[in-house]
Design a protein around this ligand. Structure first.
Ligand SMILES: C[S@@+](CC[C@H](N)C(=O)[O-])C[C@H]1O[C@@H](n2cnc3c(N)ncnc32)[C@H](O)[C@@H]1O
Length: 230
C-alpha cells in the first residue's frame, strides 16, 4: 500500500520480505550484476566506510564486510533488518544495521561515510522524495564521497508490467504494481536531474539477462561523487 507521501510503506516491505520476494534465486549471480561493478570503484577511491541504503536482508552489505569494508545499512523493513543482523552474526562480522525509512532524514552525522551504495531502491520514490534522499546522502558523505546506485530505466516498464499486474499510473514516471509497490522508471534526463550538483563520473544503461536469455531488468548504473567541498 502506498503511504500518504506516495511510496510503499513499512507494511508493504515487511510483507515483501516475509514472503521471500527479496530472496534472490542465486545470490552470487545477483551480486555479480548489481554489486561487483562497484567494487573496483570503491577501491580506486580508497573508500573504507560504506553505507548500504535500502540494504534489504543485507546480501550486499555482508559481501562488502567480507571484503574488509566498514559497513552499515538501513532498510524500512524490520523483517529484512532482523535477517541481515542474524546473517552478520553467523558470519562473525560487525555491521551496523538500522531499521529506518530513508525518506526521513538519515540517522547519521555529516561526512560519516566514504561511499553510499543504493541498489534498486531509489526508484521506489517520487521525484521530490528521491531528490531529498540524494541530498541527505550528500550530507552524510565525506567531500568527494561516492554515491553508487542502480535505478530502473524507462525500458524496464514493459517487463515490470508483465511481472507484477495490475499496474496503476500514479504520475510522471511513477507507477504502482501488484500488491502496492510504487516504482519510478528513469529516463537519462531524469537520472541527470537527480544527480544535479554531483560530479557524475559515469551514467550507463545496463540490461541484465536471465539464464534463459530473457531480459531481467533494464537499469541505469550511476557513479557519482559529492562536491569536493559542500
Ligand atoms: C528491490 S529491494 C533491494 C534490496 C537491496 N538493495 C538489494 O539489492 O538486494 C528494495 C529495498 O528497499 C527497501 N525500501 C523500500 N522503501 C524504503 C524506505 N522508504 N526506506 C528504507 N528502505 C526502503 C525495501 O525494504 C527493500 O529491501
Amino acid at each position: 500500500m502506498a503511504s500518504d507521501e506516495g511510496y510503499s510503506g513499512k507494511e508493504y516491505w515487511d510483507e515483501y520480505h516475509d514472503i521471500g520476494l527479496a530472496k534472490p534465486l542465486d545470490r552470487s549471480s545477483k551480486q555479480e550484476k548489481w554489486l561487483r561493478p562497484f567494487i573496483p570503484i570503491l577501491h580506486e577511491y580508497k573508500a573504507r566506510t560504506v553505507h548500504d541504503l535500502g540494504c534489504g536482508s543485507g546480501y550486499d552489505a555482508l559481501a562488502l564486510a567480507q571484503l574488509g569494508f566498514v559497513v552499515s545499512g538501513t532498510d524500512i523493513s524490520s523483517i529484512a533488518i532482523e535477517h541481515a543482523i542474524a546473517e552478520a552474526a553467523t558470519a562473525g562480522l560487525e555491521i551496523d544495521y538500522r531499521q529506518h525509512d530513508i525518506a526521513r532524514p538519515l540517522p547519521y552525522p555529516n561526512a560519516k561515510f566514504d561511499a553510499v551504495i543504493c541498489n534498486l531502491t531509489l526508484h521506489m520514490f517520487p521525484v521530490t522524495t528521491a531528490n531529498d534522499i540524494a541530498s541527505e546522502v550528500k550530507r552524510c558523505l565525506v567531500p568527494g564521497g561516492l554515491f553508487l546506485l542502480h535505478v530502473n530505466a524507462v525500458e524496464d516498464l514493459p517487463y515490470r508490467r508483465e511481472l507484477q499486474p495490475p499496474v496503476v499510473k500514479l504520475g510522471d514516471e511513477m507507477y504502482c504494481f501488484g500488491r502496492g509497490q510504487t516504482m519510478r522508471f528513469f529516463s537519462e534526463a531524469s537520472c541527470r536531474q537527480l544527480m544535479k550538483g554531483w560530479q557524475l563520473l559515469s551514467l550507463e544503461a545496463v540490461r541484465m539477462m536471465r539464464a534463459d536469455g530473457a531480459v531481467q531488468k533494464c537499469a541505469w548504473r550511476v557513479v557519482a561523487r559529492s562536491p569536493a567541498s559542500s
